[in-house]
Design a protein. Sequence first.
Length: 217
Amino acid sequence: MVSARLLPKNAEILRGRLHRNARHFFMLKYMIIKFLRRFYQSKSYKIVYKWREKTLSNLARVVNVFIKFMPRNYRWQWSKSDLAHFPEGTIGKDLFNFLEKNNFDILPFLETHDVYHIILGYKPTLLDEARLYFFLLGNGKRSLEVLATVWTSLWVLPDCWLDLYAHFKQGKAAPTISHLNFKHLLHEKTLNFVSPTFSTQNTEGVDQYKVVRFFLI
């Protein structure tokens, strides 16, 4: 048995170790934060920017190859000019305004993707694209497009993991929209699908990139 006299001494030793470990932990945390701040301001981080854009651009090209082999019945029958004739306030008209504002064209077989931008409020930037896919993953969408983008974002955006996880939790808590077929809902009012639950506060992070979308057109 351990002597009762040794317990206070052991407790003191344990407290001393805990204090040292806590001090070492906070010192390590401070050094990591200091390193990251310097790294974000360095030229190396700009190189990482370009590397990320190039990586996601190549992913976009791969997706485009698979898209060409998809059945034609998956494609919408509406062109961008057709969307311009939809009444104001409808999903079709707001989709046209979104495409026109960003100088985009309709992506074959990925038309619903832009509708998600309208309903959820995500911008067509690289970081917001990743946020959108994490939201959709949390919302129950398990397509190859979503899984591939989420997996790629995890290793090209390691400094954004906490932010992306927050949007994943938003998608999990929001009403399910991944099952909706917006191809047949273009005449519906956009406000009918935009609820406070979907409001995404897209804070301007350290890295806001332009999405390399033209590879898909």
